[in-house]
Ligand binder design. Structure first.
Ligand code: NAP
Length: 248
């Protein structure tokens, strides 16, 4: 039976690339999304067109009841998950901290941090050998921003990713003896829609020449690192934070 991988925010960008690569490597794939049903359906259609198995589920990772329903749907329709990719993440329009509202900061933290915690919780409840599970792998999608701080752009987002780094380190140790590895990737500047949501659609184009590798990364390049961390190829990695950032 194929291993099952759940990718949150798998409808676009890095999540969609991860879903397509996972399916090509033989995983049965579940993708969650927030609003863009058409984009999620296109990912599922492409996987099925190549003979793979996939399912799209609408679920807001910042809402506990949605996360519980998401995992119950995967249990019911596909089976027990072997891998979780905590990919869903958001940023807001570029701003200085002095102009940030509480509502904005709470939205960023509730999706990027609370969402990652809730999905990790549901995954551990299913994977832990102490609870009768078969173990598994969790890959969190952090960001180089966790180290760089994103001044003048989105310190809230950068801080949320620092929390994801710490979640990775702590949870890796907490569940290491229960058959679960927990790692993270920290992408640099990757060409996806997320930059437009920051109000700066030209960000990738503008900054890429200044990067050590001289270009932005593609979602597929991040997906390959995620798939490696989810696979037994990385069997001695846990609590690792892998920069996929072209030297940034
Ligand atoms: P993206 O193209 O904007 O896609 C974001 C995905 O997350 C979409 O599938 C979206 O669903 C989903 N999503 C957003 N809020 C959600 C919520 N509350 N619940 C469930 N799903 C939600 O973003 P991306 O660039 O691929 O980013 C993916 C991850 O990589 C994020 O965690 C981001 O912080 C991280 N990252 C990105 C970069 C970069 O340069 N692109 C760099 C470092 C880290 P809908 O399609 O329904 O909106």
């Amino acid at each position: 039976m194929a291993d099952i991988m759940l990718i949150t925010g798998g409808s676009r960008g890095i999540g969609a690339a991860t879903a397509l690569l996972a399916a090509s490597r033989g995983y049965t794939v579940a993708v969650s999304y927030l609003r863009d049903e058409g984009a999620a359906a296109r990912v599922v259609d492409e996987i099925r067109a190549h003979g793979g198995a996939a399912l799209a589920i609408a679920a807001d990772v910042s809402r506990e009841e949605d996360v519980v329903r998401l995992f119950q749907t995967v249990d019911r329709d596909l089976g027990p998950i072997a891998a979780l990719v905590n990919n869903a993440g958001v940023l807001d329009r570029q701003a200085r901290l002095e102009d940030m509202t509480a509502a904005r900061v709470e939205r960023i933290l509730s999706t990027n941090v609370v969402g990652s915690f809730l999905c990790a919780r549901e995954a551990v409840r299913r994977m832990s050998t102490l609870r009768g599970g078969r173990g598994g792998a969790i890959v969190n999608v952090s960001s180089r921003a966790s180290q760089l701080g994103s001044p003048g752009e989105y310190i809230d987002y950068a801080a949320s990713k620092a929390a994801v780094d710490t979640l990775t380190i702590g949870l890796a140790k907490e569940v290491a003896a229960e058959g679960i590895r927990v790692n993270a990737v920290r992408p640099g500047i990757i060409a996806t829609d997320i930059h437009a949501s920051g109000g700066d659609p030209g960000r990738v184009e503008r900054l890429q020449a200044s990067l050590p590798l001289g270009r932005a990364g593609s979602p597929e390049e991040v997906a390959r690192a995620i798939l490696w961390l989810a696979s037994s190829e990385s069997s001695y990695c846990t609590g690792s934070l892998l920069d996929v950032a072209g030297g940034r």
